[in-house]
Structure formats: structure tokens, C-alpha cells
Write a protein that binds this ligand. Structure first.
Ligand code: SAH
Length: 373
């Protein structure tokens, strides 16, 4: 429980190398610096990522003396689960804390066909989307590569048991707290490490990264060799409204965003599409005219390989929006369909435990708490 110790000690803890955040090559360098052969790096990597071990003592294929040496300079677990909430629909929300006490939230979404883990890239978020509760936290700090990975390992262990099989593969979505493209390097490094065959083996094809529209990073992402899928949060079909709902639009407007999206479209693989997310706010952005404007915008930029993911607004105090009426969402989708645009609705999950989209704000609910050991 190093969370409660005084700051001087925390500083010492944080200087220790977080092994989950090292690539295989970096681990090899690390063990070499401690006078150990290369195969020790392999042992550590597979213990941490394939077997999802969180304590040095459990890496029993390492000599005890080396484990002790490791413990003095490195660490394997830096996150502490503060509480876990389980929704009536089976969704689980994990509220974790970093060693320096910042909140990290992840959500597990079970499904018959394929489970999904929604993870955070930052603690809090610097973007000020008006309809999102996470925005109220502001940016607390970027998560490190190791913290991004450890967060997912904690969820996997809770759901499938330590080192348990992941039954039907697990999808990852970078749709928790934070703007992934403002923590680009750490995120991409984490995704690369998690894709390793002798590790978690979550390949890019099972990962989706969502951005509010950090335009230069969309170009960079398009250029990545082995990249995950992309979703872009749109939520308004014109600059005037988007400026209000998503102030990032004042930095990169719709024209710049759609030009980048067109470049991204050209990088799509055979059969692949990408997504525009559209949060439906009752009476604000859900009219049939809004739908037609959206269709026109896609046409103007000749975007063809897209689908629209409609997210009914998840209300929460003090957000001043209400969800659109279901009939209105249907009318909106009909206009899109008439224009040849595919759209589907994201079913709200985990609203009762503050786990749904835009609801991650490190909320604690004493009556629902279940502690994970
Ligand atoms: N910052 C990134 C990653 C967060 S993804 C991004 O904006 O894409 C979270 C998704 O939930 C985004 O599409 C966001 O627009 C949406 N969202 C935010 N608040 C919401 C709310 N209250 N109800 C429904 N969706 C919301």
C-alpha cells in the first residue's frame, strides 16, 4: 500500500522502472545492464504479459537473488484498484489510482460474441467537450505506457482470472478518459507491446482508437505500419455548433478534420472502414436537417468508407443535455440511410454505475463498492 506513504517515498517509488512499459528490446537492455543474459528478458516479458503476473515473487522461474535485485530497481505493479462497480447489465467499472494518486478508469463490457475493454489514455482530459463528464476533471496527467498496459492487465485478471484464457479474444477501445492522440507516443508504444505474440497478443485489428480530432495525429496514425482502427468523435455537422460542443474544433475545424479523414480513408485496408461517433443531444444536434448536413459534409469530402456510430447521450449531473428521443434518432438514421450512409446505435451500457461513454469522472458510490483484491 504505497499510496498512503509520504511524498519523499513516492518519489523513490516512481524512479523505479515500470517493467510493463518496456518493449522486449528495452527489457533485454535492462537485464543486460544488470549483468543478466538475454533469456531473462524473455522470462520477464512472458511472465508479465502472457501470464499477467503482477509481483516479482510470482516469477518463480527467475532465481531468487535476481528477483530481489529486480525488486530494488524496478516494479511490476503501480496501480491500485480502489473500487469496482458492477452494473445490472454486467458492465464493470474499475476505479484505480496511480502511485501518485491520480484516477485511472477502465470499463469491461461483456458480450456473447466478444468482450471489450474500454481503457483510458490520460487521467482526466484536457478537452472541454460540453456534453462529457470526464471534461469536468480537466487534465490531471498523461498515463505512462506501463500504466496503460497495467490497467488492462488488472481488468483481464479480474474477469478471466490470473493468467486465465481470454475466452473469445478481447477487443480494446481507447475510449475511456482522456484524448489518446494527446498521449500518442505512450499509447502507440503500449499497443505495440500488447500486440506481441508471446505477451497479451491483442493484435491491432482488435483495437480501436477514438480521437476528438487532433488533426496532425490523424495523419501520423494513418502512416503507422500496423495500426489499429480509428474512430473520430464528430457530434456536429457544422462549425458553429461543433465550436460550442467540442472546443477543439476552434483549433482544427471541420474542413481540416475531414481533409485528414480523407487521407486516413486512403490508408484503409481491404474491407476496412472507419467510424464517426455522433453523440445525440436532444434538440441540439439531432434534427433531420443536421442529418442531411452530415450527409452533405461526407459527400463534399467524398468520404465513402465510413459508418456513423450514434451514441445516445448519457446524462449526468451537472451536464445540461438530455438524450434524444428514440423516434428522433430513428428519423436521423433514416435521413442518413436515404443518402446511402450506414449508421448504427451504440447501446448505452453501465449507466447505473457511471461507466457509460462520457461518464468516467472517478465517481465513487459507497453503496455499490466491491473491492478487488
Ligand atoms: N477523447 C476521445 C476519446 C474518448 S471516447 C474522443 O473524444 O473521441 C468517448 C466517446 O464518448 C466520444 O465519442 C465522446 O464524444 C462520447 N461522449 C462523451 N460524453 C458523452 C456522453 N455524456 N454521452 C454519450 N457519449 C459521450
Amino acid at each position: 500500500m504505497f499510496l498512503c506513504v509520504k511524498s519523499a517515498k513516492i518519489a523513490v517509488m516512481s524512479e523505479k522502472i515500470h517493467l510493463q512499459g518496456l518493449t522486449k528490446d528495452e527489457l533485454i537492455e535492462f537485464v543486460a545492464a544488470h549483468g543478466e543474459p538475454k533469456y531473462r528478458a524473455k522470462q520477464i516479458f512472458s511472465a508479465l504479459h502472457a501470464r499477467r503476473v503482477r509481483e516479482f515473487d510470482e516469477i518463480t522461474d527467475l532465481p531468487k537473488a535476481f528477483r530481489e535485485k529486480l525488486g530494488a530497481v524496478a516494479q511490476t505493479s503501480t496501480l491500485r484498484v480502489e473500487s469496482r462497480y458492477i452494473s445490472e447489465d454486467g458492465t464493470r467499472r474499475f476505479l484505480m489510482k496511480t502511485h501518485d494518486n491520480f484516477p485511472v478508469e477502465a470499463v469491461f463490457l461483456p458480450s456473447e460474441s466478444r468482450d471489450t475493454i474500454c481503457f483510458s489514455s490520460q487521467s482526466g482530459c484536457p478537452l472541454k467537450c460540453d456534453f462529457c463528464l470526464t471534461a469536468k476533471l480537466g487534465l490531471l496527467r498523461n498515463l505512462t505506457t506501463g500504466e496503460i498496459i497495467e490497467q488492462i492487465i488488472i481488468v483481464l485478471n479480474d474477469v478471466y482470472g490470473v493468467a486465465g484464457e481470454t475466452p473469445h479474444g478481447t477487443n480494446l477501445v481507447a475510449m475511456g478518459a482522456g484524448e489518446p492522440f494527446l498521449n500518442f507516443e505512450n499509447l502507440i508504444k503500449a499497443l505495440n507491446i500488447m500486440s506481441e505474440k508471446d505477451g497479451l497478443f491483442i493484435v491491432p485489428n482488435r483495437v480501436t482508437v477514438s480521437t476528438a480530432g487532433i488533426v496532425p495525429k490523424i495523419y501520423e496514425f494513418a502512416d503507422l505500419e500496423n495500426r489499429p482502427h480509428l474512430a473520430i468523435s464528430l457530434s456536429a455537422p457544422n462549425n458553429e455548433l461543433r465550436d460550442k460542443l467540442m472546443p477543439i474544433n476552434k483549433r482544427w475545424d471541420l474542413d481540416e478534420l475531414f481533409t485528414a479523414a480523407k487521407t486516413f480513408e486512403k490508408s484503409l485496408r481491404r474491407g476496412e472502414r472507419f467510424t464517426f461517433e455522433y453523440v445525440m443531444l436532444g434538440g441540439v444536434n439531432d434534427s433531420e436537417k443536421d442529418a442531411q448536413d452530415l450527409a452533405d459534409l461526407l459527400n463534399k469530402h467524398d468520404l465513402r468508407r465510413v459508418k456513423i456510430n450514434i451514441i445516445p447521450h448519457n446524462p449526468a449531473e451537472p451536464l445540461e443535455y438530455k438524450p434524444s428521443a428514440p423516434e428522433q434518432i430513428e428519423r436521423f438514421q433514416q435521413v442518413l440511410a436515404k443518402n446511402g450512409i450506414d449508421s448504427y446505435q451504440r447501446r448505452p451500457r453501465g449507466r447505473d454505475i457511471y461507466a457509460a461513454c462520457g461518464q468516467l469522472a472517478a465517481k465513487t458510490q459507497p453503496n455499490l463498492v466491491q473491492i478487488v483484491r
